[in-house]
Ligand binder design. Structure first.
Ligand code: ZN
Length: 265
């Protein structure tokens, strides 16, 4: 049975700090050749990381424009030092509605420097954007939602379609770096995600392709309005791919649309 979720930020922060401390002791043990101790610390680390995932809370992150079913993530809303934000980690979300295609995201740090972990978290740019290639699919709509988090405001962009394109034609699920998926034939595959982004949202709103959740509720029916109604028009921030780690926050440019082979470095 799943243990109860972390009740407070403090409880979660202590747990994440404990994992980091054991990881440090593990590295020391291996460096000094104490492999038996190292093995035991690694087992401890794995068990605690598993428990960390089990204790993450469910959070509504978007809402389907076709049937108004909220999309839930089991996520770490407290800090970018949590393993959930590691682009390679295995995230475990509840089953979405049948229209859901993928979720993208942006995090606005509001001028502050967030604390990162010993990995690169790919949080997205600081203001929401769309991927024109995805919006080009028949019946595809995107929905922007704001999630205030302790280290900044996240803006998710959920993609939903009445007729979902094949999964291999979709894109990475935020905050993953690559697009990992299982084909209809049951084959696990992945591709690099390098689709150009568009921050000029007006035309997509005017075309009825881009909606938003009411700012006060992610689970309320998405609104289809005019560009002037869009509630985050005045938002300012970096328009490039932001990476956060214990070394700081870095802008790493924009995806350029070129094909990146997953089989080359
Ligand atoms: Zn739906």
């Amino acid at each position: 049975m799943r243990p109860p979720p972390f009740a407070t930020a403090d409880e979660r922060n202590r747990f994440v700090a404990q994992i980091a401390e054991i990881s440090l002791r593990y590295n020391k043990a291996m460096d000094s050749g104490d492999f038996a101790n190292g093995q035991s610390l690694r087992r401890q680390m794995r068990a605690m990381t598993e428990e960390y995932y089990e204790r993450l809370p469910l959070q509504a992150v978007s809402c389907c424009p076709y049937d108004q079913v909220p999309l839930f993530y089991r996520m770490d809303p407290w800090g970018l030092d949590g393993e959930w934000w590691n682009p390679d980690s295995k995230r475990d979300h509840p089953l979405p509605c049948r229209h859901f295609c993928t979720l993208r995201g942006a995090v606005n740090f509001n001028g502050k420097t967030p604390r990162g972990g010993d990995f690169d978290a790919f949080t997205g740019p600081e203001i929401p954007y769309v991927i024109p290639r995805l919006l080009g699919f028949d019946t595809m709509q995107a929905v922007i939602a704001k999630l205030p988090l302790p280290f900044g405001d996240a803006y998710t962009v959920g993609y939903f379609a009445e007729r979902r394109p094949p999964v291999q034609q979709l894109a990475a699920n935020w905050p993953a770096k690559h697009h990992s998926y299982v084909t209809a034939m049951g084959k696990a595959e992945f591709s690099f995600d390098n689709d150009p982004w568009d921050f000029d949202l007006d035309k997509w709103i005017a075309a009825g392709k881009l909606l938003w959740c009411p700012p006060e509720s992610v689970t309320a029916a998405p609104v289809k309005g005019t560009p002037q109604d869009y509630p985050y028009r005045e938002l300012r921030g970096k328009r490039e791919r932001m990476v956060v780690s214990s070394a700081g926050v870095f802008g790493t440019g924009l995806p350029d649309g070129s094909f990146l082979s997953p089989y080359e470095d």
